[in-house]
Design a protein around this ligand. Structure first.
Ligand code: IPM
Ligand code: MG
Length: 356
């Protein structure tokens, strides 16, 4: 029987609350499904840890995580610390150190959830975000600090290898979905070096995937397509920053940023992949038991699917949608007045009570 070792990192803000809830749901799925087992180890890394140890995670943190099959992550971000310290010290350190170059962000309107769009149609997208370079390369610097002639440079770094591997990943993913459609998003009319290379690589790769329908759109026009013609999109591939922005729009259009999941994948499996809800640390609602755990449940389903337990993942999603379609219990962001615990209990019961 397969046993999967999962490193759980709650991180900051509501992260630990939702990860705790997610582990309960994963346990319920493990029990109901059978055939595999999960072993969790929880790591108290994040901003509180920083105040005690002057770092977000131990120096050998990546070594510690390396043998795990997956990382189940909450959120990072704390008002007492600059964002770049918390992010680069934990989340981005793991993403970059483990070469998790494919960031995958599904968006669809869960049953019972209302999209702010008048005609959401069949809004069912996966955004594939380049996760290792581009606008987030960290390359750049500042000179003449504070003086009138100060210069600040953020260089976007696009490599042929980086572009090609993320685009191939997106083609492979599109090919497995019913619609088999891939849209390339760039801004090659204005950014005339890296983005033009993205376009060229896409044109060259297309021939290897004749079964995948393709098109391309500029990032500004992509926001219009997503809003006015959601049906016209399936899988979207874009650079780190462009896909960051589009994925927030996608989460909002699918009804709540509280439900959206994301995966940071090292597709070759040389390192563990990391799974997290998209919502962030939400400091305004910490400790109030109102955080929406559904993003972390969907994340759990995604993690199981990636581990090869797609049936158990689908079971979690059926249970989630049983609860969302019933309209209760739901947390305030989805228009309800239930607590994190209420929603967690309801989803666990739906998993346990399913006859299939
Ligand atoms: C995300 C977030 C992060 C990002 C922030 C917190 C740096 O917005 O995961 O989308 O831009 O990568
Ligand atoms: Mg973002």
């Amino acid at each position: 029987m397969a046993d999967y070792r999962i490193a759980a990192i709650g991180g900051d803000g509501i992260g630990p609350e939702v990860v705790r809830a997610g582990i309960e749901v994963l346990r319920a799925a493990e029990q109901r499904e059978g055939g595999f087992s999960l072993t969790f180890e929880t790591f108290p890394w994040g901003s509180d840890y920083y105040f005690e140890h002057s770092r977000m995670m131990p120096d050998d943190g990546l070594e510690t995580l390396k043998p795990f099959d997956a990382i189940y992550f909450g959120a990072v971000g704390d008002m007492r610390l600059p964002d770049d310290v918390t992010l680069w010290g934990l989340r981005l350190k793991i993403c970059q150190g483990f070469d998790q170059y494919a960031n995958v962000r599904p968006a669809r309107v869960l049953k019972g959830v209302t999209s702010p769009l008048r005609n959401p149609g069949n809004l069912d997208w996966v955004i594939v975000r380049e996760n290792s370079e581009g606008e987030y390369s960290g390359a750049g610097g500042r000179v003449h600090r504070g003086l009138p002639e100060e210069v600040a440079v953020d260089a976007s770094v696009f490599t042929r290898t980086g572009c090609e591997r993320i685009q191939r990943f997106a083609f492979e993913l599109a090919r497995k979905r019913p619609r088999k459609k891939l849209t390339l998003v760039t801004k090659s009319n204005a950014q005339r070096h890296g983005m033009v290379m993205w376009d060229e690589i896409f044109a060259a790769l297309k021939g290897d995937y004749p079964d995948v329908e393709t098109d391309k759109v500029l990032v500004d026009a992509a926001t219009v397509r997503m809003t006015l013609h959601p049906d016209s999109l399936d899988v979207i591939v874009a650079s780190n920053l462009h896909a960051d922005i589009l994925s927030d729009l996608a989460a909002a259009l699918s009804g709540s940023i509280g439900v959206a999941p994301t995966a940071n994948l090292n597709p070759e499996g040389r390192f563990p992949s990391m799974f997290e809800p998209i919502h962030g640390s939400a400091p305004d609602i910490v400790g109030k038991n109102v955080a929406n755990p559904i993003g972390t449940f969907w994340t759990a389903a995604f993690m199981l699917e990636s581990l090869g337990e797609a049936k158990a993942g689908a079971r979690i999603m059926r249970a989630v949608e049983r609860v969302t379609s019933a309209g209760s219990p739901l947390t305030p962001d989805l228009g309800g007045n239930a607590t994190t615990d209420d929603v967690t209990r309801a989803v666990c019961e739906a998993i346990a009570g399913e006859n299939e």
